[in-house]
Design a protein around this ligand. Structure first.
Ligand code: 3PG
Length: 398
């Protein structure tokens, strides 16, 4: 796997696949982490006198142009960050776009329109790939957030490109989520949360083979407690996963991995209401959850327990919030864990998606060693899977 500074790109026309699938509210970007994370590669390429064609997807566009998924707001934001013009192409292929790409001079940047406006992108189509790639000399993949998708711009582009390489972001994700997890400095502790065991099963199983201890929070802790025979009131549980949950706990015991579930919770009695309307109804120990209660956050005793487990850690991977943090009444557990993880003396690695939002809301982004830009991609990476983008780059010709 070659990084952009390991091949000769000077003066060349590069096509850089970025992941600018950013959250937008009424056309306004509410989190530009992914755009800022792409700057090292873009700035390096500009310093080498390259001309740049950037491409990405945004949202779930269905293979046809859809103005609400235009990448124009991302081009504008990138232009502000780079303090130079970023032109917006009308499409990602076609005559007008091709003419704009052909006219690019060294130091100039062109943003292509959403790749998913064409069905060839998600279908992994070779002809689509050839047409887009023919505008550039080198393919650079820096879209870690999409690395788990076998789409044209992630796989076929690398296959048809004369030269290809990885950008700095892709390699950084590889280094932190890949290498640090494969050969961690010990003790290595994982903190896992989020709503569902089902979405984390692969991650938990893989991390169990690597870590010294694991702390579980979020609604998925309910499934583990219920699998042990505890009542969890009206809380979310996945009863079809009790067996899987018990297997995970048995495996932890067999491996000598410390496995820590919450010992107290913040509850609500507003079962059935939207989370944003639920009111807290106090703190209870795990063995005394009332029948009419919903567990919505870990309690302070649990946070103290997790702090003790994390104290000696030299490597921490945190993935998934500890509670329903979208309602401030149930965000304290997640914020406290964010402070604990930020305070560890070792390497603190944060998975993307919701965990990234928690860390930013807690104002601790600068205190973490690394925050992944991937949601689904970082989960699949932590499951130990080989992601299609990495496979394609390893196999490509340069
Ligand atoms: C993400 O945000 O997880 C990536 O950009 C991939 O987006 P997708 O789930 O629409 O493929």
């Amino acid at each position: 796997l070659l990084r952009i500074d390991q091949i000769d790109v000077a003066g060349k026309k590069l096509l850089i696949r970025v992941d600018y699938n950013v959250p937008l509210v009424d056309g306004v970007i509410t989190d530009d982490l992914r755009i800022r994370a792409s700057l090292p590669t873009i700035e390096y390429a500009l310093s080498k006198g390259c001309s740049l064609i950037l491409c990405s997807h945004l949202g779930k566009a269905k293979g046809v142009p859809d103005p609400k998924y235009s990448l124009a707001p991302t081009a504008k934001r990138l232009s502000e960050l780079l303090e130079r013009e970023v032109r917006m192409a009308p499409d990602c292929l076609g005559e007008a776009t091709r003419a704009m790409a052909a006219a690019l001079k060294p130091g100039e940047v062109l943003m292509l329109e959403n790749l998913r406006f064409h069905p060839g992108e998600t279908a992994g189509d070779m002809d689509f790939a050839k047409e887009v790639m023919s505008m550039a000399e080198v393919y650079v993949c820096d879209a870690f957030g999409t690395a788990h998708r076998p789409h044209a711009s992630m796989v076929a582009f690398a296959q048809v490109a004369a030269k290809c390489c990885a950008g700095f972001l892709l390699m950084k994700e590889w280094q932190f989520l890949g290498e640090a997890v494969q050969s961690p400095t010990r003790p290595f502790v994982a903190v896992s949360g989020g709503a569902k065991v089902s979405s984390k099963l692969g991650v938990l199983k893989n991390l169990l083979t690597k870590v010294d201890a694991m702390c579980i929070g979020g609604a998925m802790a309910n499934t583990f407690l219920a699998a042990l025979g505890h009542t969890v009131g009206k809380s979310l549980v996945e009863s079809d996963l009790f067996e899987a949950a018990r297997e995970i706990m048995d495996e932890a015991k067999k491996r000598g991995v410390g496995f820590y579930l919450p010992v107290d919770f913040i509850i609500s009695k507003d079962a059935g209401k939207p989370i944003s309307e639920m009111q807290p109804a106090g703190q209870v120990p795990f063995a005394s959850i009332p029948d009419d209660a919903v567990v919505l956050d870990i309690g302070p005793v649990t946070a103290g327990l997790f702090a003790l487990v994390l104290d000696p850690a030299k490597t921490v991977v945190w993935n998934g919030p500890m509670g329903a943090f979208e309602n401030p009444a149930f965000a304290q557990g997640s914020y406290t864990v964010a402070h604990i993880v930020a305070g560890v003396r070792g390497l603190s690695i944060v998975g993307g998606g919701d965990t990234d939002v928690v860390v930013h809301q807690a104002g601790l982004a600068d205190k973490m060693a690394f925050i992944s830009t991937g949601g689904g991609a970082s989960l699949e990476f932590l499951e130990g899977k080989e992601l299609p983008a990495f496979k394609a780059l390893k196999e490509c010709q340069s």
